[in-house]
Design a protein around this ligand. Structure first.
Ligand SMILES: NC(=O)c1ccc[n+]([C@@H]2O[C@H](COP(=O)([O-])OP(=O)(O)OC[C@H]3O[C@@H](n4cnc5c(N)ncnc54)[C@H](OP(=O)(O)O)[C@@H]3O)[C@@H](O)[C@H]2O)c1
Length: 272
């Protein structure tokens, strides 16, 4: 049980806590008895959540607005991760960009969004994970990190190429570090959700979520419960939901020569 038992000294820092999966993770942690440090750009949404968490759980929730896509914001949050009161880190901040790379390349705004995606989903997550793992192991106590990946981590995805590649990085890096930490009291867990009803679709500027059956779109609360439970146990990885688990099997084992044209056609249909 590498995440230390809940209590006033078992603080967990959550990025992306202003909405969606990150907010649900913060609620799940507070419900278990963990004080939280909440990070995202929207300070007002973080303050509302902190007020709710303190009211419901009686535990302190600190608010730290920061843009993890900037050097200054990332350095500030890296400093918070180093705080010896922090025994856990959840990297939930992230976003997607849909569209074909050749099209996105011709639009300055979309081109900047692609760069920002890599900076947030890959560089910031990597930076904070390295900081947390280093600090937790150095201190010698128990500690845990939870990285939010995606079922898109398990295969390339035409129409969301940079996003799926960013999550492949998260999955590969996190699973490798999980193995490296064997024999320590620190663990690194990934949670790999499928389509989940959050602010994600708006941020990615897609209505694709509305074009798939409700059955395949999960709830942030279910992802958070699965992720926090796996983090508390120190599991390597969890994919919430049977449909998502089956989808990762396809991604891992179907021949790329069949899978990629099928995914390409499916994404074109969603885009139309
Ligand atoms: N929803 C899905 O279908 C789905 C599926 C698989 C994986 N995921 C992953 O789940 C994670 C959470 O996404 P979500 O679905 O919960 O979407 P969401 O509701 O849009 O939440 C994204 C969070 O990231 C934060 N964020 C974005 N840019 C940031 C920046 N530059 N600096 C700091 N924080 C930033 C946002 O807060 P601010 O805007 O306030 O900064 C928000 O709290 C992401 O890593 C996403 O890739 C989502």
């Amino acid at each position: 049980m590498p995440l230390p038992p809940p209590g006033p000294l078992a603080r967990v820092l959550v990025t992306g806590a202003s909405s969606g999966i990150g907010a649900a993770v913060a609620r799940a942690l507070a419900a278990r008895g963990h004080p939280t440090t909440l990070v995202a750009r929207r300070g007002d949404a973080l303050a509302d959540l902190a007020e709710e968490l303190t009211r419901v759980s009686g535990l302190e929730a600190e608010v730290h607005p920061a843009d993890l896509g900037t050097d200054a914001g990332l350095a500030e949050v890296r400093g918070l991760v180093d705080d010896e009161r922090v025994v856990g880190l959840v990297n939930a901040a992230g976003f997607g960009v849909t569209g074909r790379v050749a099209d996105l390349a011709g639009d300055d705004g979309q081109r900047a969004a692609l760069d920002g995606l890599v900076r947030l989903n890959v560089l910031a997550l990597h930076d904070l994970t390295v900081a947390a793992v280093g600090a937790l192991v150095r201190r010698g106590g128990r500690g845990a990190v939870l990285n939010v990946s995606s079922i898109t981590a398990f295969q390339p995805l035409p129409g969301a190429a940079s996003y799926a590649a960013s999550k492949a990085f998260v999955q590969s890096f996190s699973e490798a570090v999980h193995a490296e930490l064997s024999g320590t009291d620190v663990t690194l867990t990934t949670v790999s959700p499928g389509l989940t009803r959050t602010g994600f679709a708006d941020a990615a500027d897609t209505d694709g979520f509305d074009r798939v059956p409700d059955l395949v779109v999960g709830a942030a609360e279910d992802v958070a419960e699965a992720g926090v439970a796996a983090m508390a146990r120190g599991d390597r990885s969890v994919t919430p939901g049977l449909i998502n688990q089956l989808s990762t099997l396809g991604g891992r084992f179907a021949p790329r020569s069949l899978l990629l044209p099928a995914l390409d056609a499916g994404m074109r249909l969603l885009d139309d």
